[in-house]
Every structure is written in C-alpha cells, then in structure tokens.
Design a protein around this ligand. Structure first.
Ligand code: SAM
Length: 226
C-alpha cells in the first residue's frame, strides 16, 4: 500500500550525491545492517549504545507517527509502541520493503520520497516524526540538509514532536574505529558529515522550532524539537 507523497519539484542538491547516500542499502546489505550499525558501530565506534537511541523512541513516539529514513525499522519494532497510523518514508525501496515486512503487525503505509525535495501537503498531519541517522547521510552543508526538516514540517501537527539522531563529523573526538568508518563512508558518499557539528544542528533546529533539546553521546547528537 502506498500513501502518495508526490514531489512538487526536484531537489536542488546533486542527484548523484543523493543517490550515493542510499545506494548501499541493497537487500543483502540490509540483512547485515542491524548487526553492523546498531550492534557494533553504535557501541564501539560512535559510542552511543543502541539502547540510548531506543529510549529516545520510547519517550517520543505517538500513535500517529511518520518515520523518515526508515532503514530496517529496528527502533519501531523494538520500542513497544502501538500505532493508529504509521507511515514509513524513504527514498530507497529496499528499505521500505524490508521495514514494512518487519512492521507488518502495525499495517504501515509506505511512501517512497526524497527528503531533499518538497513533499505534497495533502497528507494528514502526524503527531511525531522520527529522523534517525539520516542527516549525516544527506549531501550538503547542515543548512542544506535541514531542508529535509522544512519538507517534513508541513506534515507535522501543531505541537508535534520531531526527534532523532545524527552522527557528527566535527567537534567530536572519534576513536580509531570511528575515524576509519568516517573516512570510508565519506569517501563513498554514504555519509556526508565532515562539516556537521552540534552548533550548526542546534542553530538550524532553533530557527525552526520553539523547543529544542540536543544531547551529545559520543559522536552522536540526539535531538528533540517541538
Ligand atoms: C543510515 S540509514 C538509517 C536508518 C534508520 N533510521 C536507522 O536508524 O537504522 C539512512 C536511511 O535514510 C534513507 N535516506 C537516505 N537519503 C535519503 C533521502 N534523500 N530521502 C529519504 N530517505 C533517505 C536511506 O535509504 C536509509 O533508509
């Protein structure tokens, strides 16, 4: 089932950079993703254990939720929440298919869309939006990445919460494992976070929301805005 979010116009960012940022998510790679990212990298490289990210979901999910950049759907699977309406948005069909299968018990709706292009506004508003580990993938400077949030805001209800996390490339002290992964992923265009720091994230969120909370854990910035 697909909830249609048509693009109103094309994204201004280089389409090849946008494609490189998600091309890695093949069905085979997604079968290793949870172990690689949430099992190993979070703990040993980024120094932000997955239970910390999960607690962000447990605290902020509502029954009317949009997950933007869904990956394998791990957090929604594990958070213990119930949904009246769950929409999974991603540019990558493999992610949508895998997450929708995993979360089938919630009868999710899927939406294939590029967060760097405006979304159609006919979608009924959501009470919570998750955006985890997406910003560090998106090409461009923080100000350009945060256009993704500008595209999500029209589908947020009054008082809705946006929450998530992103791996920073600046102002952090990565260990050897993190440095290796940052080098590798940035070289491949899977990450584009060399210039991302907590200050730029805070500034961008504060420009857009009345209430902003940002917490640093290792190389990761966890955020909540309403
Ligand atoms: C690193 S994964 C994070 C997945 C999941 N949120 C998690 O924390 O495990 C990044 C996700 O963002 C999606 N993505 C990357 N670029 C995107 C874009 N321009 N628009 C929408 N989704 C995008 C990818 O396909 C992938 O599902």
């Amino acid at each position: 089932m697909a909830e249609h979010l048509a693009r109103k116009s094309e994204a201004s960012t280089d389409p090849r950079a946008i494609a490189r940022a998600h091309a890695i998510y093949t069905p085979l790679m997604l079968s290793f993703y949870d172990v690689l990212v949430h099992g190993l990298s979070n703990r040993y490289a980024w120094k932000c254990p997955t239970p910390r990210l999960l607690s962000l979901y447990e605290a902020n999910l509502t029954a009317n939720h949009l997950e933007a950049g869904v990956g394998t759907g791990l957090f929604l699977d594990r958070a213990g929440a119930e949904f009246d309406r769950l929409v999974l948005l991603d540019i990558n069909r493999n992610c949508l298919a895998r997450a929708a299968r995993r979360l089938a018990r919630f009868a999710p709706t899927t939406c294939e869309a590029n967060l760097l292009a405006p979304l159609a506004e006919h979608m009924a508003p959501f009470d919570s939006v998750g955006l985890t580990y997406v910003l560090h993938c998106l090409p461009g400077r923080m100000s350009e990445k945060l256009k993704a949030i500008d595209h999500l805001r029209p589908v947020m209800a009054d008082g809705a919460v946006l929450f998530g996390a992103t791996i920073l490339g600046r102002g952090v002290t990565p260990n050897a494992a993190a440095r290796t992964l940052l080098d590798l992923y940035n070289a491949k265009g899977v990450f584009n976070n060399r210039e991302d720091d907590a200050e730029a994230l805070a500034q961008g969120l504060n420009q857009r929301f009345a209430t902003v909370e940002i917490e640093r854990q290792g190389c990761v910035a966890l955020f909540r805005a309403a």
